[in-house]
Design a protein around this ligand. Sequence first.
Ligand code: AMP
Length: 447
Amino acid sequence: MTDFEALGLSKPLLRAVAAEGYTTPTPVQEQAIPPLLAGRDVLGVAQTGTGKTAAFALPVLQIMSRNRPQGKRKIRALVLSPTRELAAQIDERFHAYSEHLDIRHKVIFGGVNQNPQVRALQKGLDILVATPGRLLDLINQGHIDITHVEFFVLDEADRMLDMGFIHDIKKVLKLLPKKRQNLLFSATMPSSIANLAGSFLHNAIKVDITPEEVTVDRIDQKIMFLRKADKRRLLVKIIKQERVECGIVFTRTKHGANRLVKQLDQSGISAAAIHGNKSQGARTKALAGFKNGSIPILVATDIASRGIDVDGVTHVFNYDLPNEPESYVHRIGRTARAGKTGVAYGFCDDTESGYLVGIQRLIGKEIPVDSSHEFHFIGAIPKPGQKPGKIKDPNAPKKKQRNRNRSRGGQGRHGGQQRKGQSGSNQGGNNRSRNRNRSRNHRQRDD
Ligand code: AMP
């Protein structure tokens, strides 16, 4: 098997990688590092958890440390990231990998006082990791000059577009010098991302780490069928029985996350919520407590979970099954990291069986069922031939349901599709992508 030396990395980087305990490059590293070292643009289809940060950070560091210009440091590498957490974690990785190099890096993001960031910028930097809003803000104030950038990295591009950053990205692209090396990473490759990639990557090498590869064998996946009303009791039971000390519970909504934290607390389990409505301070505190082991359970929504990079997560609970199958792969990838093993429980109630069908179709296998619990409910098991997607909530009041259909713009076709989906019949490709967009927007609002 290829090791890091064979990828062409320099001694200082090999030392740093060894100090991190990495012995074997991950698939995305194996495929992306050599072309990047050779100066090529790279388009990477890979999620957080695949080792993609090292895949771009190591070659960028290597090339930058080979030829450092004299005089005051200028920003030569710019990494754009959608969330503060992810930006901070990328910067932390640069710190680890540049241990034996003369490279200065800094992360900037919004929601905090800009003055320390401005001071660091004034001292001179080689690498800047940033979220788009704060970057443009400080560029406009004249604190940042990106006209000397040699490497431009756009990370989590699909999330960037989901979060409405497309115009900011375009503004940044206009300010960058023409001659530079580009990297774009995205967990998914819808046409919007392909178009964006086409607009600024030149003759890029495509590195595709499919979700199936991410669903590593080291994750022990289980599905449990039960009623919605029993989810909390089952969760508490498993956490106590398995003495979970580092687990993430995923809920669909921010409100659901907050409520669950309170309920866990009532059951004597210490937990913290992390989602888009929490202040930066609260998010940082929750994540720090989780990392240092003082908070054993983190309750998260999907968007906030991006970039949660904690190596020792032993359990992931899909308390609510995600309505987007890709999110399932992303969520369970929070465990079994860095060579460890992990368990991923999926709680499926009778309104979620269609989501389970979609997830199993994406990962290409049936997730083993664990029915050895007192809440097992056969009514939540997908029916033979059930199609993926949303199904009717049997508890939803009839009147409300009708209003919802009507409020979708009085679009007879939409209403019809919705009814079709609810009755479990097929949704065509177009319908699916429309539903997907709708659920995306919904999730964004919700997070
Ligand atoms: P990333 O996808 O960049 O968020 O990385 C996920 C996790 O994998 C991080 O905690 C890294 O420290 C770790 N990691 C990256 N590369 C390797 C490797 N080759 N071997 C073991 N762990 C790695």
